[in-house]
Design a protein around this ligand. Structure first.
Ligand code: SIN
Length: 312
């Protein structure tokens, strides 16, 4: 019998799958659809303090090998998502939920964390340090000094379980530096990776880019990014304190991709582009495919193979 139960920090989930923030999580209707699906839990769209319209459309495009987006943090504002998670957490049927925040400045991040701290929210808060799509706002987590300052300040005011959403890194020296920083803090988890920022898709027939904002530059998701996501999960698992859990995000199309994320060291796995393409029913297929693969391989629990990728 296969058991997909997983835990992260002090929380337990029936299976390791959830949406990636930004996909199917803007409205309470979409969030309810995720809760009604076979996902193990959900994360809300990264919030700013107030409602944001985001970048001009078209700002998301499915591509043959994935997707490109430059949404620009459209969201309903922190209160909307905080009200949602607070409203749900009294329901014993609802798993622990993740609330994502992405301020446009450190001051805004701290203001939102302070607001959450004041409430009874008992789920996990995710500080998104990696949105590549707001013109004029570089991804915080590519600035190591700024990241350290952000985490210093965050942990001085925030005492609930906190994780960070990271962009992809591409050099082993970057993994070393970032892991040294992250290991200084009582992080519940990291979420790796956000989209591969500032790709450019060009349609040769029309000689045109695929999305309107930023002249077509946008974050890549889907099959394009699976090896980069696996590398980030594995490189951080090799470097982070074992108390810091890892959510693997990027490139999941099927149960084998979920399996690969866990083999690389992920405790939970998020689905973005494939969820955008298939809707919440994707979680039924993915849990079934993962179960089938584990059965074939004679694994009963995720711990049987988590982090155990073999090298040559
Ligand atoms: C966006 O809203 O532009 C995407 C958010 C993100 O990549 O963190």
């Amino acid at each position: 019998m296969v058991n997909l139960t997983t835990s992260l920090h002090n929380y337990t989930f029936q299976n390791p799958l959830m949406n990636a923030s930004g996909v199917h999580c803007y409205t309470t209707e979409q969030l309810d659809e995720l809760l009604a699906s076979d996902a193990g839990t959900l994360v809300t769209k990264s919030a700013t303090t107030e409602y944001r319209q985001g970048n001009p459309e078209p700002r998301y495009r499915n591509l043959a090998l994935g997707s490109i987006n430059s949404m620009g943090l459209p969201n309903e504002g922190l209160k909307y998502y905080l009200d949602y998670v607070l409203g749900k957490q009294t329901d014993a049927q609802v798993p622990p939920l993740f609330l994502s925040v992405a301020g446009l400045s450190m001051a805004e991040d701290l203001e939102m964390l302070a607001q959450i701290e004041k409430t009874d929210f008992n789920g996990l808060t995710e500080l998104n340090l990696s949105c590549p799509n707001v013109p004029g706002k570089p991804q915080v987590a590519y600035d190591f000094e700024a990241t350290e300052k952000m985490l210093d300040e965050a942990f001085s005011i925030f005492h609930k379980p906190l994780g960070v959403k990271l962009p992809p890194y591409f050099d082993l020296a970057q993994f070393d530096i970032m892991a040294n920083i992250l290991n200084k803090y009582p992080l519940a988890y990291i979420n790796t990776i956000n989209s591969v920022g500032n790709g450019l898709y060009i349609d040769v027939d029309s000689e045109t880019v695929a999305i309107k904002p930023k002249g077509g530059f946008g974050g890549l998701g889907g099959a394009y990014i699976l090896p980069t996501a696996l590398a980030n999960v594995h490189a951080f698992r090799q470097r982070l304190n074992p108390e810091i859990a890892i959510i693997g995000t990027g490139g999941v199309q099927n149960g084998a991709d979920v399996f690969a994320h866990i083999l690389a060291g992920a405790d939970m796995v998020q689905v973005g582009t494939q969820l955008a393409k298939d809707g919440p029913a994707v979680f039924t297929r993915l849990t079934q495919e993962l179960t089938n693969l584990m059965t074939e391989k004679n694994y009963q629990t995720l711990a049987d193979f988590r982090g155990k990728v073999k090298t040559l």
